[in-house]
Design a protein around this ligand. Sequence first.
Ligand SMILES: NC(=O)c1ccc[n+]([C@@H]2O[C@H](COP(=O)([O-])OP(=O)(O)OC[C@H]3O[C@@H](n4cnc5c(N)ncnc54)[C@H](O)[C@@H]3O)[C@@H](O)[C@H]2O)c1
Length: 390
Amino acid sequence: MKKIGMGLIGPGFVAAHHIDAVRRLGDVDIVAVAGSSQASAEKKAHEYKIDRSYGDYKALIADPDIQVIHNTTPNHLHLPVTMAALAAGKHVISDKPLALNANEGRQLRDAAIAAKVAHVVTFNYRGNPLVQQARGMIARGETGDLSFVHGYYLQDWMTDPNVYSWRSDPAKGGTTSALGDIGSHWCDLAEHVSGLKIAYVLADLTTVIPVRYSSGTSAEAFSTKGGSDRQPVEVHAEDLASVLLRFENGAKGSFSVGQVLPGHKNDLQLEVNGRTLSLKWRQEEQNELWIGRHNQPNSIMAKDPSLVSKDVLPYVHLPGGHQESWADAFRNIMSDAYQWVREGGKPEARPAALATFEDGYRSTCLVEAMLKSHAAGGAWQNVQHSPSNS
Ligand SMILES: NC(=O)c1ccc[n+]([C@@H]2O[C@H](COP(=O)([O-])OP(=O)(O)OC[C@H]3O[C@@H](n4cnc5c(N)ncnc54)[C@H](O)[C@@H]3O)[C@@H](O)[C@H]2O)c1
């Protein structure tokens, strides 16, 4: 089988996981990485054992051996890097958020459809087998109509005010912080699993840590490195938010996000309550799906190939009791993405669990509605999502 050539732009934290996942597929050749300078690209290429390195992303995009571009740059570079890749007719796998705001998100969605290539956003929690199990149970009517969709995504890695990276800089991370960074994951998961669309939001945003201390260098995400001569920087973006939701079918919902909540590492939970059954999935216990019942005992479904439905089997790689994890779900998303690439990105060939630029654009619309709701003093705001022209 001829291998597909892949190039990655933005070799930081999440890039390592893109590379690892793609290597596990076996039919993808990692041709090159591009970094913020030639020196940093060479260092990362050496670390990841990749032959070619570029100090300019445009040179990587022009490499004729590369058919698929992975964009794992900081958020402000998602638009120019992805636009350049689409203009060159390359398939694109962009990390989330697709763009800084809904206007940019719409431009990217439209450009990707016009380019007729595979266009993927790594909403990777969709790749968990029990997430797909829950989605199937709801779609088959096993839960009954949903009345309530709720949960949270809580982290603590920004609790230390010495954590300051591009994520806290509005020019690079965007005007939103926790909502764009992890609220985007929660909302995508809630809509994907429930099959429902959020129509209205009412958001309350807070900046718990309004002053952070920058080391002056452009620290990578999650870094507290730097000397004692740190400079204070005012931060305006939210690090804590709670949002009420109204779905198109009349279901209600709510979620909270925060990144300054001690003890919560990657604490993502989604619960749906139907008229017949409730389902709950928690990322930190991702090999279990809780099933809640009114007039029978509740139960827990283990991630086990003998228990999940047939359509979920491609996402399960180990027998029950063998824990699968974040990296395995990420690999599942990459497997779907490259299956779509092999089909030339034809819309009808898209694997159903895969998030596209349409989903990425929708996510930017949801976050924008939340920002508007908060700015209006906590008023209900409708989600403005423009349909595609094609
Ligand atoms: N799917 C997920 O769960 C997940 C997890 C983490 C991050 N992300 C997303 O991935 C993206 C990157 O986040 P990260 O945490 O890896 O950040 P990071 O800061 O660790 O990495 C970004 C990398 O891009 C490089 N870079 C900067 N300018 C560049 C340029 N002009 N050309 C090429 N490279 C350049 C930086 O030097 C750095 O190595 C963000 O959009 C983030 O939201 C997604």
